[in-house]
Design a protein around this ligand. Sequence first.
Ligand SMILES: [Zn+2]
Length: 245
Amino acid sequence: MKYYITLIFFIPVIIFSCQESGKTSHKNVTAKTDSINAGTKSGIAADQTENKPGLLLKNSDLHDSSFVFIKNWSDDFVDDMKYATEDNFMKKKVYDCDQCMIRKKVALALINANRDFIKKGYRIKFFDCYRPLDVQKVLWEVYPVEGYVANPYTSGSIHNRGGAVDITLVDRENRELNMGTGFDHFGEEAHHAYTNLPQAVLNNRRLLKDVMEQHGFKSIKTEWWHYNFGEARSFALSNFPTECD
Ligand SMILES: [Zn+2]
């Protein structure tokens, strides 16, 4: 009799435990599938919302256009995201996140370029990467000069498509190479065609440009620090905010 009472007491416990276990397992599968699906969708709506879960994944299944934090893929970069500080031409912090976020395909090209720089004793430091369209409007309000700041009300910036980076090089002691001007110097001294600079500065700019071009990036006339990834215009304009831990 005692045996039956014990059994009657335990059977509901066993059944309840199995149900909980099944629920948990189902939840895990659903979450994983959602993340992967989110990373493979494209288009403006997907970029603003559903693409975000892909940010934290290091997953080869992610679509080329998924956004990733490059530090999740490589430890070899230096982040100095100027718009996440007040050390920029607006003297205003406009990003919540101080890490470089970029499309996966661009991230992979940057990793390959950085590998070449590392062989030469340098590595890439980021000043800016993906930039939400709303932040582009803030930049445009302060400095509405095309050639330096892209008009957010026409085509926007390649930064808004997650396909451009603002970078410099640092040496093994993390010292920036002399590029002749600082980041966001809006003047002819920052132009690629401006050659009235010490030979060492011209060599540094040339090194940056040569390696970036070998990996599918293109420079623009007015900013030595800005590089567009070749296919970036096919990426959608995006406007989800920069958020990280
Ligand atoms: Zn730029």
